[in-house]
Design a protein around this ligand. Structure first.
Ligand SMILES: Cc1cc2nc3c(=O)[nH]c(=O)nc-3n(C[C@H](O)[C@H](O)[C@H](O)COP(=O)(O)O)c2cc1C
Length: 206
């Protein structure tokens, strides 16, 4: 028995199609993933590779009016970086979280560990972000991973309740795809994959 039921009305998508055809969507409308879909989405995030099982991530959901508060936080962040920012730039920052009915903030929670450097923990949080996008898409929703300068502003992290050892890895915008998905880029596997046949240095010397 699968742990999660398919969302009623959503077309079944097989795992390889999902993995090879996932498509970010900049235009997202309501509805956001419902409670059952979120349970599945965050369960997927909790199953990512995680060295030493540190669980170096946590997730915040921002929706409804809280998106406006996040927008204000992002606008203040912009003004700290660019005090001369014009009205259009301020509005863009302020309204950014309104582009989707649900924003999931993926936080990396970096912990000191003798074998697991911070970079591995950030990567695990990145995997969690990807898992969330995939699990949303698997259930007939859509999303896009965004960051922007605000994500790297310590005061934004603090406004979101983040501690000193926490970082924002993603603002995941989630909802229902508006319009058609964009054409997927045609990338050739062989351009990125090659066999390694041994060290290239020192081959000529005994
Ligand atoms: C770490 C990270 C940060 C990103 N930040 C942004 C961003 O701030 N704004 C944006 O438009 N796209 C951003 N993207 C790219 C989009 O999420 C997406 O990958 C891109 O639009 C290409 O679409 P595709 O993933 O469907 O190929 C980011 C991607 C990653 C991995």
């Amino acid at each position: 028995m699968p742990r999660f039921e398919q969302r009623p009305g959503a077309a079944m998508i097989d795992a390889m199609t999902l993995l090879t055809e996932r498509n970010s969507s900049p235009k997202l409308a309501a509805p956001a993933p419902d409670a059952a879909a979120r349970e599945a989405i965050f369960s997927a995030a909790l199953r990512v590779p995680d060295h030493a099982w540190l669980r170096p991530w946590r997730f915040l959901t921002v929706e409804g009016e809280a998106r406006r508060d996040l927008g204000s936080v992002l606008e203040y962040s912009l003004l700290r970086r660019e005090p001369e920012a014009d009205d259009a730039a301020r509005e863009k920052a302020r309204c950014a979280p309104l582009r989707a009915p649900l924003v999931v903030v993926v936080m990396a929670r970096l912990q000191p560990h003798p074998k697991v450097p911070p970079q591995e923990q950030r990567l695990s949080a990145g995997c969690a972000a990807h898992a969330i996008l995939l699990a949303a898409e698997a259930q007939g929703y859509a999303g896009i991973w965004r960051t922007g300068a605000g994500a790297f502003d310590r005061e934004v992290v603090e406004a979101l309740g983040g501690a000193e050892n926490e970082e924002i890895v993603a603002f995941l915008y989630l909802g229902t795809r508006e319009g058609r998905g964009k054409a997927l880029p045609a990338l050739a596997v062989e351009d990125f994959v090659a066999p390694w046949t041994g060290p290239t240095h020192g081959k000529e010397t005994p």
